[in-house]
Each structure stands twice: as C-alpha cells, then as structure tokens.
Design a protein around this ligand. Structure first.
Ligand code: 1GP
Length: 233
C-alpha cells in the first residue's frame, strides 16, 4: 500500500503556541520546499490557535496535517489532508498509548478514518515537555529503540515510527538502529535539527526528518537548508 509519506523527505512542524520570527509569515514557511506541514505542539494548544494556523497555511500549496496533542483540540477543517495521531510507545502512562484515543473514538460525529493515521512515537529526550507529560521512559539504548520500532511495525502495524528528540539533536546510532529495524514503516526523526549538517546526518538514517523550532527561531532560509539536506541525503 502506498502512503503519502512514502514520498516525503522533510516535514515542517508548526507549533500554534509559538511565534514566528519577525517578518516571517506562515506562507513563507509553506514555501520552503518542505513536503508537508504538521500543525501541533505539546503545551498551550487550543482549537482556536490550531484553526488560525491551519487557515493561514490553507491557501498555500503544501499538504497540511494536524497533529493533535489531545482529542479536545482536533479541528474539522477541509484544508487538512489528514490527522496524524501520536501514540507514545514508551509512555509511562497508558493514557498516551491508548487512553486518550479510547475517549476520542467515541466522539459524537465519529472520526474520519480515511484521514486518520497514528504515529508510533518513541520519545527520547527526558528534558522535553512531551517526555514529562507522557512520563516517558527515555532510558533506552539503540537495541531498545530498534525493538520498539519492530513492535510498532510488526505487532501493531504502524505506518509511521517516530523517533522524537524534540529540542535536542539525537544520537545517530539510535536513529540508525530504528532505521534498520523498520522495513515497511516510514521512519520519522525529529529533534534539534538546526542546519544543513544536522539535517543531513539524521536524514541518512530516517526516511523523513521533522524540523520544528528552527522555523520559529530562525525562519525561512534556515528551514530551506534542511529541506535541501533532506533531499541530498
Ligand atoms: C518536535 O520532532 C519535532 O515534535 C521537532 O523537534 O523542535 O527540536 O526541531 P525540534
């Protein structure tokens, strides 16, 4: 089965709770050459700030996905290609594995299954909000991460395995191990990508690199460099 992310190298994640550099617009970020935009974040997310970012990106020609941190911020917007729903495989609390999802699937109007896909997160930076929030066990070596990736792909049929170092650049050995362990699944890597070289390093092992804070902190040119690295790797 072919999926949209089979063809991606680069995703730009826009956090509705974070500002953009002065003079940068959402449209500028959409025009960096990234393969898709994911709109999401861990803290301070509301339906209203989600909607504002999706609306601002909607008129630009790049696939738009919402990555909701919890069911109550999911928005119904035709501009969205789909919803990428995190499930944290190494979460300490089952709420972040299936608990939130169990509430969500019984919402009144039901889910739009054709547009809904889960992402099997392996959260690796203990300092990141997502790690504290989900009480993730980040004390994992390359073999543990490879094993989680296999569980995600082979046992749970996940299309996307996401090695998440949010806020810091990960270890190449760990990302490489996840890359070797995944066959059908698309491996996403995110965290600390800040220039061509860091993007290239991770894109050697991951199918898709995800760039987040760089867009908010540095803006368009810096993001463009990472797009270039992702396609060169
Ligand atoms: C966050 O993986 C993304 O969910 C990207 O991380 O903000 O560190 O680039 P950064």
């Amino acid at each position: 089965m072919s999926t949209p992310w089979d063809d991606w190298n680069h995703v730009l994640k826009i956090d509705p709770d974070k500002d953009l550099p002065e003079g940068t617009t959402y449209g500028d970020l959409c025009a960096t050459g990234t393969d898709a935009i994911e709109v999401g974040g861990t803290m301070g997310i509301t339906e209203r700030n989600m909607e504002a970012v999706v609306d601002a990106c909607a008129e630009h020609d790049v696939p738009l996905y919402q990555e909701p941190s919890s069911p109550d911020v999911v928005i119904d917007n035709d501009a969205l290609e789909g919803y990428l729903i995190p499930t944290v495989f190494n979460a300490g609390s089952p709420f972040w594995i299936t608990g939130a999802h169990k509430e969500w699937v019984r919402i009144d109007d039901g889910l739009d299954w054709d547009r809904t896909t889960t992402e099997a997160y392996i959260v690796m930076n203990p300092e990141a909000d997502v790690a504290t929030y989900t009480e993730a066990d980040c004390d994992l070596d390359a073999d543990d991460v490879a094993s989680y990736a296999t569980v995600a792909e082979r046992m749970f049929g996940q299309e996307i395995v996401y090695v998440e170092y949010s806020g810091t650049l990960g270890e190449e050995e760990i990302v490489a191990a996840a890359g070797e362990a995944t066959d059908e699944a698309t491996l996403f890597y995110g965290g600390g990508i800040h220039d061509y070289d860091s993007a290239y390093a991770m894109a050697q092992y991951a199918d898709v690199i995800v760039v987040g804070d760089l867009g908010h902190d540095e803006g368009v040119e810096a993001v463009r460099e990472t797009v270039e690295a992702a396609s060169d790797a």
